[in-house]
Design a protein around this ligand. Structure first.
Ligand SMILES: [Zn+2]
Length: 109
């Protein structure tokens, strides 16, 4: 993902673009189109990379999550998975992971 400064650099490059052999020089609209094309390409690359990372992480979670049920002690800790110091309202990470995987169609792909 581009930072604000990187976006500004893309804009500055397109709007300072000058090639002596180019006649006529790019119009304002052509420069804007260039900025949009370049930023869109970067965003699409980011989305592809994030999708690949997400798929990898979901596969890892699926491998790591324990199929056993949670069972809680009188303090609210999950004895089934060893998360003994859960605070009120906190979920056992294994239960949270199962919820994440069950709600994600891609997780089973
Ligand atoms: Zn648990």
């Amino acid at each position: 993902m581009l930072s604000d400064d990187q976006i500004k650099a893309v804009i500055a490059r397109w709007f300072s673009y000058y090639a002596p052999g180019d006649d006529p020089q790019p119009t304002h609209q052509e420069r804007l189109d260039g900025v949009v094309r370049e930023l869109r390409a970067t965003m699409l690359d980011d989305i592809d990379r994030l999708r690949a990372e997400r798929k990898t992480m979901l596969a890892l979670i699926r491998e790591l999550v324990d199929d056993g049920e949670c069972w809680f002690d009188h303090h609210g800790g999950c004895q089934g998975h060893g998360y003994l110091s859960l605070k009120p309202g906190e979920k056992c990470p294994h239960a949270a992971a199962k919820e994440l995987l069950s709600g994600d169609a891609d997780a089973h792909a």
